[in-house]
Design a protein around this ligand. Sequence first.
Ligand code: SF4
Ligand code: MG
Length: 302
Amino acid sequence: MSLLSVDDLVVEHRSPGRPAVRAVAGASLTVSAGEVVGLVGESGCGKSTLARAVCGLNPVTAGSITFDGQPVTPLGLRRRRLTGIQMVFQDPYASLNPRRLVGDQVADGLRTARDTVTSPADLLERVGLPREFAGRHPHEFSGGQRQRIAIARALAARPRLLIGDEPISALDASAQSQVARLMRDLAVDAGAGLLFISHDLSVVRLIADRIAVMYLGRIVEVGDTAEVWADPRHPYTKALLRAIPKPDGMGVLPAELPGDVPDPVNPPQGCRFHPRCPHVMDVCRGKEPDFGPVACWLHEPR
Ligand code: SF4
Ligand code: MG
């Protein structure tokens, strides 16, 4: 049984006087203990909304989320800390309190886990920082160091599922792969699952066992990382891969994705990718490819 199971999840954002926005529109995904799943896609595709729903931060409109055999429902902050799911956010500047010592902030997580043996300095050491950093304030550190502190705080609570919501996108290129690998190593060592959200496939490829590609609220392709990388099937996945800059530094390939992600208030009929798809067929405009592992009429399972 999977540690996390997201089934046909729908999450709508509602605000008075406005049409509902279906940010997640029937997405299914699993994460097993000790497994790293990379969730990729352009911004505005619903990745963060899905992650927040998994943490109990967004109400579920339809479908279900099961963690460790129990349904996930929206929770107050206090109980959320105890669920065994911890999230690391994009902006380490915003997620740490500037006025509190680093060690005290990491200690919050230890209290959650009722861990009286591990010290904040021990955890800083595990994330590759000097023990003395516990006695300093967040502003004394670089973005990469701050994100390591946020990871230490998350780990202190002994999560069984760690979620990184674009945890590397605010960091320098040099810190990005280091922080991504660190999250992977720490989660796998602890036997926890890791759901790693990023729009950067080249980094996700380094750490994920499986890749899930999200487009406009739906998972359009899931597969083993090496297979997706070598042989992407969905036209959207292909375009994402082609949009990655070449590692030889000889210039950036032009992004081959024409247009922007359409407005989720009014998604295209049929296949949501059809207005941008170079392979669009008649069936694509009329009928949504509602199947996996590749949700595309070119890859309909027999
Ligand atoms: Fe393109 Fe049709 Fe496949 Fe959608 S279903 S990705 S429009 S070929
Ligand atoms: Mg996001």
